[in-house]
Every structure is written in structure tokens, then in C-alpha cells.
Design a protein around this ligand. Structure first.
Ligand code: NI
Length: 293
């Protein structure tokens, strides 16, 4: 009798656990879909490329989604990461980008390996001028409190009112990353297609050829392919597109976002490497760098 009751309780808790997991997956898929919609609205080329692969009969799996933020504890990696932890993710690797003055972590879903990894970087604000530090503090101060406690923050854009082009330019002079965050705020910086899951285009070279063949130039800073099979990760990306942005002084074009492609290789234990390579990512960060020409 006691055994039956215990069994019953265990079964109930197993059912509750499954329900809880299903509920989290529904919320996660909603969140990822909000991030994707916002991303392709401003980077229509990414959706076009996605559709080109779909039309070839490919099913597209995202390798990772990259988010950017500041190291202010109200919005830092730990804060943004906590929204994903609530939905079944855990922290996995950390990365230092000394030249760009960034720190990053990646999160993986605990049991569903088809869910994208979440790569979150933050600007190391204290390494910049007092102007940059002050501007960033005002930006974070302006975020409505209720936004800070909801995962909607992740796709809420720039929450600091009217943009000032002189502030943008001053930020740009010190950090392209800070200037990008000022203009675009909280949103996915890029999505990354997992090449391993494509049937026909299963090498990064085939993907690159296909994408370029349809008229989308690739970022060739440091070569089109960043990383090597020996490093267990190869990545390439399109060039960032320009979008018109409204400032106090008028409308100006600003580089927005790009689409990325990743091919992963197995480690000695046969499992695909899931980390990121700091040097390659440094080059990929340049896809949104503003070039003089
Ligand atoms: Ni990436």
C-alpha cells in the first residue's frame, strides 16, 4: 500500500516535471521566435538567405544566437542569462576579447541539443572614458523598471528615448560595440545557421558559395572562413546591412546585423565541440565595424 502511494506520488511528480518542461519549451520557443522576428525585420537579407536554403529542401537549425549588453549589473550577462536559465539553459563557457574590451559567456540548453546556444557578450565599461561610462549609465538608468524583470527585455530595443547623433559618433570613436548598442539596444545581434544539419550544403565552403552566388557578399576580414577544423569550429558571415535610423538631428544609415554560418567538428569523445573561439569571434565582431570606405 505504502509502495503504491509512493509510486503514485512519484508518477505525479514526474508528470508535473514533464508539464513544467513542456511549459518552459513553449515559453522558450515564443522568446526565440520574438528575437527572430525582430532580427529579420531589420536584417531582411538573413530571412532571404534562410528562405533560399528552405527552398532547397533544407531544415534550418540555429547553432547560436548572439546578444550584446553592458556590464552594468542591471542588464549584464548574468541578468540576461538568468532569463534563459529559467527556461532550461545553463552556463557553459566564458571568453575574453581583450582588443574589443568584451567578456562573454555561452549558455546551452540542458537536455535539448537542438535548441540554439545563447552567446552573450558584455562591454567592459570601466575600460572606457568617463564619457562612455556616463552615456551607458544614463542609458541603463532610463530603462523602465518593469522591463528589467521580464524576458521581454531581450527584444525591447533601445529604451533610452530619442537618439543623439553626436553621442552616437562619440561612442563610435571609442567602441563600435557601444555605438551599436546605443542605436539598437536589446535584440539579437545575429543568428547563426548550423551547417552540420544541412543535407546538401554540409560544408562551410558550399554554404559560402551558395550565399555569394545569390548576391550576398561575405565578410572577408581575416579570410571568409574563421577558424579551422583543427580548432573544431569554422564560421563565416554575411556583411552587415545598413538601416536608416532616426536621430534628433535627422535620419542616418547605420550598420545593423549579419547572418552567420557555423560548422562544428567532433572532439576526441566523438561529440561535436560546442564552444566558441575567441580569436575568430573577434574577427566576426568586425562584421558590424564601420569602415571609412
Ligand atoms: Ni556568432
Amino acid at each position: 500500500m505504502l509502495l503504491l502511494i509512493t509510486k503514485g506520488v512519484l508518477m505525479m511528480s514526474a508528470i508535473n516535471e514533464t508539464r513544467e518542461m513542456d511549459g518552459k519549451l513553449v515559453k522558450l520557443e515564443q522568446l526565440l521566435s520574438n528575437l527572430w522576428s525582430q532580427y529579420v525585420t531589420e536584417s531582411p537579407a538573413s530571412l532571404e538567405i534562410y528562405n533560399l536554403f528552405s527552398r532547397e529542401g533544407e531544415t534550418i537549425i540555429n547553432d547560436h544566437i548572439a546578444l550584446r549588453t553592458f556590464d552594468d549589473e542591471r542588464v549584464n550577462i548574468a541578468k540576461l542569462g538568468s532569463f534563459f536559465e529559467e527556461l532550461g539553459y545553463q552556463e557553459c563557457g566564458e571568453y575574453h576579447f581583450e582588443v574589443k574590451k568584451l567578456y562573454a559567456k555561452h549558455y546551452e540548453h540542458k537536455y535539448d541539443e537542438l535548441q540554439p546556444k545563447i552567446f552573450i557578450s558584455q562591454l567592459l565599461t570601466k575600460q572606457f572614458s568617463s564619457f562612455v561610462q556616463g552615456a551607458i549609465k544614463s542609458m541603463v538608468d532610463a530603462i523602465p523598471l518593469q522591463k528589467l524583470s521580464s524576458s521581454d527585455l531581450l527584444f525591447s530595443g533601445a529604451l533610452w528615448g530619442e537618439l543623439d547623433y553626436t553621442v552616437y559618433q562619440q561612442l563610435l570613436a571609442e567602441s563600435e560595440y557601444a555605438a551599436w548598442l546605443y542605436v539598437f539596444g536589446f535584440r539579437a545581434n545575429h543568428f547563426t545557421l548550423l551547417v552540420n544539419k544541412l543535407q546538401r550544403f554540409n560544408t562551410i565552403e558550399l554554404v559560402n558559395q551558395f550565399v555569394k552566388g545569390h548576391g550576398y557578399p561575405l565578410n572577408s576580414s581575416g579570410g571568409e572562413i574563421k577558424g579551422t577544423s583543427a580548432e573544431l569550429l569554422e564560421q563565416s558571415s554575411t556583411m552587415a546591412n545598413k538601416v536608416p535610423v532616426k536621430f534628433k538631428q535627422g535620419t542616418f544609415e547605420v550598420l545593423n546585423s549579419y547572418y552567420e554560418f557555423a560548422k562544428r567538428y567532433p572532439m576526441h569523445n566523438g561529440k561535436l565541440y560546442q564552444g566558441f573561439i575567441a580569436t575568430s569571434a573577434d574577427k566576426i565582431f568586425e562584421s558590424t565595424d564601420v569602415k571609412p570606405a
